[in-house]
Design a protein around this ligand. Structure first.
Ligand code: ZN
Length: 203
Protein backbone atom coordinates (compact mmCIF):
# COMPACT_ATOMS: atom_id res chain seq x y z
CA UNK A 1 0.00 0.00 0.00
CA UNK A 2 1.40 3.41 -0.89
CA UNK A 3 1.20 6.20 1.64
CA UNK A 4 -1.51 8.77 0.99
CA UNK A 5 -0.27 12.04 -0.42
CA UNK A 6 -0.78 15.05 1.78
CA UNK A 7 -0.52 18.43 0.08
CA UNK A 8 -0.01 21.56 2.13
CA UNK A 9 0.96 24.99 0.92
CA UNK A 10 0.91 28.67 1.86
CA UNK A 11 -0.32 31.80 0.18
CA UNK A 12 2.33 33.29 -2.07
CA UNK A 13 3.06 36.81 -0.81
CA UNK A 14 3.79 39.89 -2.89
CA UNK A 15 7.41 40.85 -2.39
CA UNK A 16 7.02 44.64 -2.30
CA UNK A 17 8.68 44.67 1.14
CA UNK A 18 10.62 42.44 3.52
CA UNK A 19 8.70 39.53 5.05
CA UNK A 20 6.56 40.42 8.06
CA UNK A 21 5.67 38.39 11.11
CA UNK A 22 2.23 37.39 9.79
CA UNK A 23 3.73 35.47 6.90
CA UNK A 24 6.39 33.90 9.13
CA UNK A 25 3.53 32.58 11.29
CA UNK A 26 1.74 31.14 8.26
CA UNK A 27 4.91 29.36 7.12
CA UNK A 28 5.48 27.89 10.56
CA UNK A 29 1.87 26.69 10.79
CA UNK A 30 2.10 24.98 7.39
CA UNK A 31 5.43 23.49 8.43
CA UNK A 32 3.89 22.02 11.59
CA UNK A 33 1.23 20.29 9.48
CA UNK A 34 3.81 18.98 7.00
CA UNK A 35 6.06 17.58 9.72
CA UNK A 36 3.13 16.00 11.54
CA UNK A 37 1.95 14.19 8.39
CA UNK A 38 5.47 13.03 7.50
CA UNK A 39 5.79 11.51 10.97
CA UNK A 40 2.53 9.65 10.38
CA UNK A 41 4.06 8.14 7.25
CA UNK A 42 2.24 10.19 4.62
CA UNK A 43 3.97 11.26 1.42
CA UNK A 44 3.97 15.02 1.91
CA UNK A 45 4.25 17.67 -0.75
CA UNK A 46 4.88 21.12 0.72
CA UNK A 47 5.62 23.90 -1.76
CA UNK A 48 5.77 27.62 -1.01
CA UNK A 49 6.95 30.62 -2.99
CA UNK A 50 6.50 34.27 -3.86
CA UNK A 51 4.24 36.26 -6.18
CA UNK A 52 6.74 38.40 -8.07
CA UNK A 53 4.22 39.80 -10.58
CA UNK A 54 2.21 42.55 -9.00
CA UNK A 55 1.54 46.25 -9.35
CA UNK A 56 2.55 46.67 -5.70
CA UNK A 57 6.04 45.41 -6.53
CA UNK A 58 6.29 47.81 -9.48
CA UNK A 59 5.22 50.80 -7.35
CA UNK A 60 7.59 49.88 -4.50
CA UNK A 61 10.52 49.62 -6.94
CA UNK A 62 9.65 53.00 -8.51
CA UNK A 63 9.51 54.61 -5.04
CA UNK A 64 13.00 53.26 -4.29
CA UNK A 65 14.35 54.18 -7.71
CA UNK A 66 15.44 50.62 -8.55
CA UNK A 67 14.26 48.23 -11.28
CA UNK A 68 11.32 45.96 -10.47
CA UNK A 69 13.48 42.86 -10.98
CA UNK A 70 16.10 44.18 -8.58
CA UNK A 71 13.55 44.85 -5.85
CA UNK A 72 11.80 41.54 -6.43
CA UNK A 73 15.06 39.56 -6.38
CA UNK A 74 16.15 41.17 -3.12
CA UNK A 75 12.86 40.74 -1.29
CA UNK A 76 12.02 37.29 -2.63
CA UNK A 77 15.48 36.22 -1.51
CA UNK A 78 14.62 37.39 2.02
CA UNK A 79 11.40 35.33 1.99
CA UNK A 80 13.20 32.19 0.83
CA UNK A 81 15.93 32.74 3.42
CA UNK A 82 13.38 32.34 6.23
CA UNK A 83 13.92 28.63 5.76
CA UNK A 84 17.08 28.63 7.89
CA UNK A 85 16.13 30.65 10.99
CA UNK A 86 12.57 29.24 11.11
CA UNK A 87 13.69 25.63 10.45
CA UNK A 88 11.20 25.25 7.63
CA UNK A 89 10.90 22.00 5.70
CA UNK A 90 9.15 23.09 2.48
CA UNK A 91 10.29 20.89 -0.41
CA UNK A 92 9.85 23.44 -3.17
CA UNK A 93 9.96 27.23 -3.44
CA UNK A 94 8.53 28.75 -6.61
CA UNK A 95 9.10 32.36 -7.62
CA UNK A 96 6.66 33.45 -10.31
CA UNK A 97 9.22 35.61 -12.17
CA UNK A 98 12.16 33.21 -12.03
CA UNK A 99 11.04 29.63 -11.89
CA UNK A 100 10.95 28.14 -15.42
CA UNK A 101 8.24 25.66 -14.38
CA UNK A 102 5.80 28.42 -13.51
CA UNK A 103 5.00 29.81 -16.97
CA UNK A 104 4.04 26.57 -18.73
CA UNK A 105 1.81 25.75 -15.76
CA UNK A 106 0.02 29.07 -16.04
CA UNK A 107 -0.36 28.71 -19.81
CA UNK A 108 -1.85 25.26 -19.44
CA UNK A 109 -4.37 26.48 -16.87
CA UNK A 110 -5.30 29.44 -19.10
CA UNK A 111 -5.80 27.25 -22.19
CA UNK A 112 -7.89 24.77 -20.23
CA UNK A 113 -10.15 27.57 -18.94
CA UNK A 114 -10.38 29.13 -22.42
CA UNK A 115 -11.24 25.78 -24.04
CA UNK A 116 -14.15 25.25 -21.68
CA UNK A 117 -15.51 28.75 -22.32
CA UNK A 118 -14.76 30.11 -18.86
CA UNK A 119 -12.95 33.23 -20.06
CA UNK A 120 -14.36 36.34 -21.68
CA UNK A 121 -13.25 39.91 -22.36
CA UNK A 122 -15.10 42.89 -21.00
CA UNK A 123 -14.73 46.59 -20.35
CA UNK A 124 -14.79 47.19 -16.64
CA UNK A 125 -14.81 50.28 -14.47
CA UNK A 126 -14.54 50.21 -10.72
CA UNK A 127 -12.92 51.35 -7.50
CA UNK A 128 -9.52 49.75 -7.06
CA UNK A 129 -7.28 49.53 -4.00
CA UNK A 130 -3.63 49.02 -5.02
CA UNK A 131 -2.78 47.81 -1.49
CA UNK A 132 -5.34 45.00 -1.72
CA UNK A 133 -4.92 44.54 -5.48
CA UNK A 134 -8.67 44.24 -5.80
CA UNK A 135 -11.80 46.11 -6.82
CA UNK A 136 -14.39 47.13 -4.25
CA UNK A 137 -18.08 47.84 -4.70
CA UNK A 138 -19.19 51.14 -3.08
CA UNK A 139 -21.08 49.10 -0.44
CA UNK A 140 -17.88 47.34 0.65
CA UNK A 141 -16.08 50.62 1.39
CA UNK A 142 -16.12 52.31 4.80
CA UNK A 143 -16.82 56.04 4.36
CA UNK A 144 -15.57 55.71 0.79
CA UNK A 145 -12.30 54.14 1.92
CA UNK A 146 -10.74 50.68 1.71
CA UNK A 147 -11.83 48.67 4.79
CA UNK A 148 -8.33 47.13 4.96
CA UNK A 149 -6.08 50.13 4.31
CA UNK A 150 -8.25 53.16 5.11
CA UNK A 151 -7.13 54.72 1.83
CA UNK A 152 -9.31 56.07 -0.94
CA UNK A 153 -9.50 53.64 -3.86
CA UNK A 154 -8.73 54.81 -7.40
CA UNK A 155 -11.31 54.76 -10.17
CA UNK A 156 -9.90 52.39 -12.77
CA UNK A 157 -11.29 51.64 -16.22
CA UNK A 158 -9.87 48.71 -18.12
CA UNK A 159 -10.52 46.14 -20.80
CA UNK A 160 -9.67 42.81 -19.24
CA UNK A 161 -10.22 39.07 -19.15
CA UNK A 162 -12.80 37.68 -16.75
CA UNK A 163 -13.65 34.24 -15.40
CA UNK A 164 -17.22 32.98 -15.60
CA UNK A 165 -17.49 32.14 -11.91
CA UNK A 166 -21.31 32.13 -11.90
CA UNK A 167 -21.26 28.89 -13.89
CA UNK A 168 -19.88 27.08 -10.88
CA UNK A 169 -22.22 28.45 -8.23
CA UNK A 170 -24.46 25.39 -7.85
CA UNK A 171 -21.58 22.94 -7.98
CA UNK A 172 -19.67 24.87 -5.33
CA UNK A 173 -22.70 25.03 -3.05
CA UNK A 174 -23.25 21.28 -3.45
CA UNK A 175 -19.61 20.46 -2.71
CA UNK A 176 -19.45 22.64 0.41
CA UNK A 177 -22.86 21.62 1.75
CA UNK A 178 -22.14 17.91 1.32
CA UNK A 179 -18.78 18.28 3.08
CA UNK A 180 -16.82 16.97 0.09
CA UNK A 181 -15.15 20.36 0.07
CA UNK A 182 -14.33 21.09 3.69
CA UNK A 183 -13.76 24.61 4.96
CA UNK A 184 -12.71 25.05 8.57
CA UNK A 185 -13.52 26.50 11.02
CA UNK A 186 -17.32 26.35 10.67
CA UNK A 187 -17.65 30.13 10.89
CA UNK A 188 -15.56 30.51 7.72
CA UNK A 189 -17.49 27.73 6.01
CA UNK A 190 -20.74 29.57 6.72
CA UNK A 191 -19.23 32.82 5.50
CA UNK A 192 -18.25 31.23 2.19
CA UNK A 193 -21.62 29.48 1.86
CA UNK A 194 -23.47 32.77 2.39
CA UNK A 195 -21.23 34.49 -0.16
CA UNK A 196 -21.78 31.82 -2.81
CA UNK A 197 -25.50 31.55 -2.10
CA UNK A 198 -25.90 35.33 -2.49
CA UNK A 199 -24.97 34.84 -6.13
CA UNK A 200 -21.57 34.68 -7.80
CA UNK A 201 -21.56 37.27 -10.49
CA UNK A 202 -18.79 38.43 -12.69
CA UNK A 203 -17.91 42.01 -11.84
ZN1 ZN B 1 -6.89 48.05 0.48
Amino acid sequence: MTAPTYYVTTTIPYVNASPHLGFALELVQADVLARHRRQRGDAVRFPSGTDDNSLKNVLAAAAEGVSTQELVDRNAGAFEALRGPLWLSFDDFIRTSRNPRHRPGVERLWRTCAASGDLYRKHYEGLYCVGCEQFYTPGELVDGRCPEHGTEPQRVAEENWFFRLSRYQDRLLGLIESGRLRIEPAARRNEVLAFVAAGLREK
